[in-house]
Every structure is written in structure tokens, then in C-alpha cells.
Write a protein that binds this ligand. Structure first.
Ligand SMILES: *[C@@H]1O[C@H](CO)[C@@H](O)[C@H](O)[C@H]1NC(C)=O
Ligand SMILES: *[C@@H]1O[C@H](CO)[C@@H](O)[C@H](O)[C@H]1NC(C)=O
Ligand SMILES: *[C@@H]1O[C@H](CO)[C@@H](O)[C@H](O)[C@H]1NC(C)=O
Ligand SMILES: *[C@@H]1O[C@H](CO)[C@@H](O)[C@H](O)[C@H]1NC(C)=O
Length: 758
């Protein structure tokens, strides 16, 4: 009752008091304990000791007494009963109320047992007092060792500050943490010159700031965890801790050699990698960050860049030329931004570069990439200009010039490169010619190069002015004198014809011409009175002069129609004149066309007819195979069910039988079945021979299956007969070639077929 009414903490304090009392007085003196004032406050009350038992104690014989239950009601007849956790098998009561331990206990399994005690009258079994609950605490002993959950790995940067936390280790101890048995402390067994460990938390710190990965990149430490700090008999365990030292950039990159020598061909392209300058840096690759400088005098020609290994690669910034410079010598320097002060002192930060340029046979080089010449049109055999190329090599070869383009308007002097016109040029056809000239060195390698030549054709005034199209000059019947009846213009193919001037070539009493001085002229009617009824054709001869130097003149006719008009000179109809018609050249052209077509048609018809004759000479067959399947063998002469052998035997001898001579020699002499074997063999030989030599004959076995797909079939004919269609080609059309260009097409059609079919 009292136990239940007090708080847990009070219980613990009480337990401790009891425990200590127990220790000093021993369980045997329980009677003295029962007399303690605490337990004697209530008279009618359970009186009992705080019950405590140590774990891991072997059961004893007689069993260990850990305390005694007392009750003020206890009398001679009274008896105790125990129930609850472990009652009977772990704990029991003897008749004196003493609690006995029957078993070995483990605090880590069960740390306390709650039991109930009863006191009954053994004579009648009546309860003498209410049940009471009491607790047996299992006392911890140090029966567990700390356990690390490692192995542990950690890292710290080199040169990390003193006191940097590297990592934390932890060991657990199953013993009661409220007692020293369960309290773990840590200790470094070695490596204490670089690291220390917090004995309580297990954190590992650096004790120096001079850790150097390049000296030692990994530390292995032994860490010990112990319980019962400061007391004898503690348990301990140890573990291995691996600490890696991470790299920082604390080493300066330096050249591994004093000088580097490279040989490079003069024709290597810009950007070419000449060679590698290997760099020593004790740091890891990601902390190898060299910065290069090329000597000022050479930094336009050479450059240094990093390769994947962070070494320096010497590259070309500008083209080399053996003929100009054969050797380059310069210095390069390297530096690196590193942690100060760097680990390495006196690094080799500059190196000598020596580059030898190698001669390469190079193609000729033109003095210009493109040559432009001006040539006035219409001139012949003039010198346009010249091109020039040189072999840049030391022992230079002679150069030969040529023009590969056959359409170029000039010839080139292969020695001098002088360009001469082949024919006079016409600006109005092409005003510019562009082609390549080739320069080839006279060596075995025949290296060559090209240059572009551009010839501008300059204009001269070589074209007559002409009337511009679309000028419509007509007289309306009502027109009065002074009316402008049309405006004419002029054109000229030359480049800048200048101002055109117009005048009438012959005098006309009916018309006059007014030059508008803006390249047009107005035709003016001077006398009216024209009528569509009695009109004659009016042709005005107009003289046009262009503005070139020297000027060119031409006289062009302008036909003036006479028309009936509505208001505002809107034409109603015009007088009809017989037209002089088509020009002679047009007529000739049309006639030639007709002739050509005619000849083609005639030849075609002739060819067709010839082909037909050849094919129809033999009985015409359609182009397909007659498929004959011999799918049965027959029973020979004895098989009279299928073949009437008598027909075979009699067919020859009785040739009169049918009027049809169709199966002539094929079904011939077959003697009676009684004929002897020799005769039969002879007969077969004769038949075979006949068959072999007769090309028109059809094999005389009967026709069984006849497959015909028709001409629509997509599959090409396999027939050998097809070739008969080329019979017509036997005619030789080669003579068409001799007929000249007009018949070239024909000659190709027929001539080529002759060639391919044979
Ligand atoms: C600490 O001891 C372990 C185990 O003996 C050993 O491997 C390790 O190298 C030692 N560490 C140091 C820093 O001495
Ligand atoms: C060619 O003529 C053009 C104008 O017609 C002129 O500008 C150019 O300078 C001339 N070129 C040469 C090479 O004479
Ligand atoms: C002028 O026109 C008249 C008719 O109107 C014609 O008879 C005469 O021949 C013309 N004169 C000339 C020079 O064409
Ligand atoms: C030329 O001059 C005439 C008369 O001055 C004018 O009617 C015409 O429009 C002009 N033509 C052009 C193309 O300027």
C-alpha cells in the first residue's frame, strides 16, 4: 500500500537506501531491518525488505535468500503464497517469508520482477491480509563489452586546420547506462601525433595542420572503447579507423625538362599540335592546373593549351614557312595558383623550346588568287594580260601554265603565262568570262595550284539602234493636222547607248516627227483627210541615231494604219492591208522541219515493213512457250487401253488414210507388235534421227497441258522466240551516220540497236 502510494523516484531512492542497508547489514540481519522506523510506522502492514538480486549469479544450494517478507499479522498458522513474474521457478518463499532465488538472472533480459505475496491462515486457507505487490530489482554487473559498429572510414583535406572534425565513432554497451558498467569512453591507441579523440563523444579531430597527402595519404588508427571509466575491471574493445587525406592544390606545376625539341613540317595547318610539354605536379590531376605563357616574341606563332592529362600542348597559331624561317627558339613559362606556401620550392617554371621547321615540296603559288582583265569586245588576237606563279621551295622547279576549261576564250602560253584571245569577244553574248588557270611545277610530283581569271568584256558601240516594240502609230479618220498619232521609242543592245535621236529618213508631206529628246519621238499628222475607204499603206522611214562613240544610225520603217475611231482616238476598225507575210528564213526553217519529219516517218515505215516480212516469212507464232508436260510414261506397246498401238503401226504404211498430212513422218514405220526386238531398235533409232533433224516438227507425244498466261503478264517472256523480233536489225543502218547531223538521232536509234543486238 505504501509502496504503491509513492512516486517512482521515491521508490528508487528507497531502493538504494535499502540496497545500501542490505549491503552493510546483510540479508541475515533482516530482523534488525524490520525494526527500522520506516517499516514500523504502520502496525498492520506488510513488512519487507527492498529486494535486490545480482544478475549472472549461479543458483546456489541452498538457494540464496535475498530478503524476507514480514507481516504484523503473521502468526503460527499463517503461511505465505507467492505469485507473479517468475513465481515458483525463479523465486520462491520459504515458510519464514524469505525470498529465494532459484535461477541465474540476466538484467539485460529482465531487469525487474513484479510479484504478489499473500498471507493466509494455513488452517482454514483464509486470507489474513490483503495481497501485496512487491518488486525484485536485478542488479547490473559489467557483463557486456562495448561494441563498435565500424569499420570506420573518414577523410580530411590535407593542410586542414588543427581541430578539424574528421569523423565520429561510437560503441554501444548493453550494460545499464546509469551505472559505470554501461558508460563508454574512447581512446586513440596510436596516431596520436596527428589526431585525438573526444573520450566522451567519439569524435576524432586533427591535432596538426600539416597533414600532407603527398607524404602520407592515409592513416590507420586504432580506437579503443572502454566501460567503467576510472574503475578497475572495465571491459574494452577496439576498432580500426581509416582516414584518407584528400588532395588540395598545394604543389606548383613545373616543367619536367629543361628544354623541349620538336621537328615540324612547314605545311602543317594552323592549330596543329606540335608536341606535349609534360608537367610535373605532385598534386592529383584535378589539382594540376598549370598556366602557360609563351615568350612574348613568339606568342603570335605558338600557343599552349592543356590536354586531357593537364599537360601543355604546343600548338601552331600561324602557318610556318621553311623558306622564311627554319628554326624557332623561345622560352615558355608555367605558373600555378596554389595554397601558400607551396609544398615544393624552387620549381622549374621555365623551359626552352626549340622547333626545327622541315622543308616540304609545295605547289606553285600564284601572285594573286584572282586575276581580272578588261578586254574590249570585237578585238582579235590581242594579249589579255598574264598570270604568274612561283614555286616557293628552295630549289624551285619551272612552272607550266595551262587552262583546263575548254570554254575559256583565251589561250595561255605555257611558259610565260601570257593570255591571248582565241576569238573576238562579244559583250552582248557574255560580258564576263571566268575560268581557272593551272600552274604545275615540272617535278615528278607535279604539284599544281589554281588561280581564277576573270575577263570583263568592255563595250564598244557595235550595235545599231532599233525601234522599241509596242509603239502603235495609227491615224484616225477624224484626226486633224497637228495630232500626235503615235510615240516611238528606241532600243540598243550596247551597254550605254546614250541619247537616241530620231528623224524622218524621207520627206513626207503628210507626217512630221518631233524628237522629244527623252529617247522618244512623236509622230505628228501634218495633213488630215485620211479615210479607211481609199487608203494606201503609209510607211514612215525613221532614222534613229544612238549616242555612242562613234554613233550608229539605222533606218526603220513604221507602218501607219488608218482606222475608224470613236471618241478619244479609240480604234473601231482599221483598214486592212495585204501583209507582206512571213519572212523567207522562216519559210525555209518550216520546210526543213517538215522534210525531216517526213524522212523519219518514211524510214520508220520501211523498217516496220521489213521486220514484218522477216517474221511472217515463217508462220507467225505468238511469243509464248507451249508448255508440254509429260507426266505419264504409258504402258508401252502392251498398254492398249491408252494408246492404240495399231494406229502407230499402220500410220506410215497407210498414208492415204487421212487427207491431212499433218503428222507425216513422225508416226511412221512401226511394224506389228510381233516384230522382233532388233527391228524395233532400228525403228526407234530412225525415229530419233528424224526427230533430231527436223526443226519444224512438234514432238509427237500428245499434248497434255497447255499453260498460257497471255501478253498481259508482268513476267517477261522466257521464250527464245523473242529474239526473232530483232530479225529486222539485220539491215545495216550505219549509213545514216554519213547523212550528217540532221539524221544523227535516227542513226543513234538504229545504229545502236545493231550494235547491241550482236
Ligand atoms: C596503428 O595501429 C594499427 C594496427 O596495429 C596499424 O595498422 C597502424 O598503422 C597504426 N597507425 C599508426 C598511425 O601508427
Ligand atoms: C576594268 O574596267 C573597269 C570599268 O570598266 C574599271 O573600273 C577597272 O579598273 C578596269 N580594270 C582594269 C584591270 O583595267
Ligand atoms: C498624203 O496623203 C494623201 C491622201 O490623204 C495621199 O494622196 C498622198 O499621196 C500622201 N502623200 C504622201 C507623200 O504620202
Ligand atoms: C518624253 O517627252 C514627252 C513630251 O515631253 C512626254 O509626253 C513623254 O511622257 C516623255 N517620255 C518619257 C519616257 O519621259
Amino acid at each position: 500500500m505504501m509502496i504503491r502510494s509513492v512516486g517512482k523516484r521515491a521508490v528508487r531512492t528507497f531502493l538504494w537506501t535499502a540496497f545500501l542497508h542490505f549491503i552493510f547489514t546483510g540479508a541475515e540481519h533482516d530482523e534488525d531491518v524490520s525494526k527500522s522506523s520506516v517499516l514500523q510506522r504502520e502496525k498492520r502492514e506488510w513488512q519487507w525488505n527492498m529486494l535486490l538480486v545480482y544478475e549472472e549469479k549461479q543458483p546456489q544450494n541452498p538457494p540464496e535468500k535475498i530478503g524476507r517478507l514480514k507481516n504484523t499479522f503473521f502468526n503460527k498458522n499463517a503461511a505465505f503464497r507467492l505469485s507473479g513474474d517468475g513465481a515458483g521457478d525463479t523465486f520462491s518463499l520459504n515458510e519464514f517469508g524469505e525470498v529465494l532465488v532459484l535461477k541465474k538472472l540476466d538484467r539485460e533480459t529482465i531487469s525487474s520482477y513484479t510479484l504478489k505475496a499473500q498471507i493466509i491462515d494455513s488452517t482454514n486457507g483464509r486470507k489474513l491480509e490483503e495481497d501485496t505487490e512487491f518488486t525484485i530489482q536485478v542488479q547490473d554487473i559489467n557483463d557486456h563489452t562495448p561494441v563498435f559498429s565500424g569499420p570506420y572510414t573518414g577523410f580530411v583535406n590535407e593542410r586542414a586546420e588543427r581541430g578539424t572534425v574528421v569523423m565520429k565513432v561510437r560503441a554501444t554497451d548493453k550494460d545499464d547506462p546509469s551505472t559505470p558498467n554501461g558508460i563508454v569512453t574512447y581512446k586513440l591507441l596510436n596516431g596520436t601525433s596527428f589526431f585525438r579523440i573526444s573520450d566522451k563523444t567519439g569524435e576524432i579531430f586533427t591535432t596538426v595542420d600539416t597533414l600532407d597527402r603527398e607524404t602520407q595519404s592515409e592513416y590507420t588508427l586504432m580506437v579503443q572503447a572502454s566501460d567503467m571509466p576510472g574503475l578497475e575491471g572495465g571491459r574494452s574493445a577496439s576498432t580500426v579507423v581509416t582516414i584518407s587525406i584528400h588532395d588540395i592544390n598545394d604543389n606548383v606545376a613545373m616543367f619536367s625538362k629543361q628544354s623541349y625539341h620538336f621537328v615540324v613540317k612547314e605545311d602543317v595547318p594552323v592549330g596543329f599540335k606540335i608536341g606535349t610539354l609534360d608537367i610535373k605536379d605532385r598534386d592529383e590531376k584535378q589539382n594540376k592546373k598549370p598556366i602557360f605563357t609563351v615568350d612574348h616574341s613568339h606568342k603570335d606563332i605558338f600557343d599552349l593549351e592543356l590536354n586531357e592529362n593537364n599537360d601543355g600542348v604546343l600548338t601552331l597559331k600561324k602557318g610556318l614557312d621553311y623558306e622564311m624561317k627554319k628554326r624557332y627558339t623561345f622560352t615558355v613559362t608555367v605558373k600555378e595558383n596554389v595554397a601558400q606556401p607551396p609544398d615544393n620550392t624552387n620549381p622549374r617554371t621555365s623551359a626552352q623550346i626549340d622547333i626545327t621547321v622541315e622543308d616540304v615540296d609545295e605547289p606553285p603559288v600564284f601572285t594573286k588568287a584572282e586575276y581580272t582583265f578588261n578586254v574590249t569586245e570585237g578585238q582579235k588576237n590581242i594579249i589579255v594580260g598574264s598570270v604568274s606563279a612561283k614555286d616557293p621551295d628552295k630549289d624551285s622547279y619551272r612552272i607550266r601554265y595551262s587552262i583546263k576549261d575548254p570554254s575559256s576564250p583565251v589561250n595561255i602560253n605555257s611558259e610565260t603565262g601570257q593570255l591571248t584571245l582565241k576569238t573576238a569577244l562579244d559583250r552582248e553574248t557574255y560580258d564576263v568570262h571566268v575560268f581557272h588557270v593551272t600552274a604545275e611545277e615540272e617535278s615528278t610530283r607535279k604539284l599544281d595550284s589554281y588561280a581564277m581569271v576573270r575577263i570583263n568584256v568592255l563595250d564598244i558601240n557595235d550595235n545599231d539602234p532599233d525601234l522599241a516594240e509596242g509603239s502603235d502609230v495609227y491615224i484616225c479618220e477624224k484626226d486633224e493636222s497637228g495630232t500626235v498619232i503615235g510615240v516611238i521609242g528606241a532600243i540598243d543592245k550596247d551597254e550605254n547607248p546614250g541619247k537616241f535621236r530620231f528623224s524622218l529618213a524621207g520627206k513626207s508631206s503628210n507626217f512630221s516627227l518631233y524628237d522629244n529628246l527623252n529617247n522618244t519621238a512623236s509622230v505628228i499628222l501634218t495633213h488630215g483627210g485620211f479615210s479607211t475607204q481609199r487608203s494606201v499603206e503609209n510607211i514612215l522611214e525613221i532614222e534613229i541615231t544612238d549616242g555612242g562613240t562613234p554613233p550608229r544610225k539605222s533606218i526603220r520603217p513604221v507602218r501607219v494604219r488608218v482606222c475608224a475611231c470613236r471618241s478619244e482616238r479609240q480604234i473601231e476598225y482599221c483598214a486592212a492591208y495585204s501583209k507582206s507575210g512571213v519572212s523567207v528564213s522562216a519559210v525555209i526553217a518550216i520546210l526543213l522541219c517538215i522534210l525531216t519529219i517526213l524522212v523519219i516517218v518514211i524510214l520508220f515505215v520501211l523498217r516496220k515493213r521489213y521486220q514484218k516480212e522477216v517474221i511472217l516469212g515463217k508462220p507467225f507464232r505468238e511469243i509464248h512457250e507451249q508448255l508440254v508436260a509429260y507426266d505419264e510414261e504409258g504402258g508401252g506397246e502392251m498398254d492398249t487401253n491408252i494408246y492404240d498401238v495399231s494406229i502407230l503401226t499402220s500410220a506410215r504404211s497407210d498414208a492415204r488414210l487421212g487427207p491431212d498430212p499433218a503428222p507425216p513422218a513422225m508416226y511412221s514405220v512401226v511394224k506389228k507388235p510381233s516384230a522382233c526386238k532388233g527391228d524395233m531398235a532400228v525403228m526407234i533409232e530412225v525415229k530419233k534421227d528424224e526427230a533430231d533433224h527436223d526443226r519444224d516438227g512438234i514432238p509427237y507425244d500428245t499434248l497434255h497441258i497447255y499453260g498460257y498466261e497471255g501478253t498481259e503478264s508482268l513476267a517477261g517472256s522466257l521464250s527464245s522466240l523473242e529474239s526473232s523480233s530483232s530479225f529486222g536489225s539485220e539491215l545495216d543502218y550505219d549509213f545514216l551516220n554519213d547523212w550528217g547531223p540532221r539524221f544523227r538521232t535516227l542513226a543513234q536509234i538504229y545504229g545502236s540497236e545493231v550494235n547491241t543486238s550482236y
